[in-house]
Unconditional design. Structure first.
Length: 95
């Protein structure tokens, strides 16, 4: 099991929030750098859950310079609502 917090108790529910505020510690770090990492024609796929506050993630990605966001899919799996988002530097037409 992977835990970002040094004081994580593996026997409690606190481990589910080990990703920091809203479970987004690594997501926010990735958002901060992703635009500069990918090529001009590259795309970024993010798998997030409802508790990650998807609209905030989308807004932050757009502020970094991404021009397009597309919700590829959304599924409910037991008690989690999973979402795959695709970001690109250019607007991509979907068929």
């Amino acid at each position: 099991m992977f835990c970002l917090q040094t004081n994580c108790d593996f026997n409690s529910l606190t481990r589910s929030w080990a990703g920091g505020d809203c479970g987004r510690k690594l997501i926010d770090q990735f958002v901060e750098n992703s635009f500069d990492i990918i090529s001009e024609n590259g795309v970024v796929y993010l798998l997030i859950i409802k508790e990650n506050k998807p609209q905030e993630v989308i807004d932050n990605m757009m502020k970094k310079g991404f021009k397009a966001c597309h919700k590829v899919m959304e599924r409910k799996c037991k008690n989690e609502c999973l979402m795959v988002l695709r970001f690109s530097k250019h607007i991509i037409k979907h068929s």
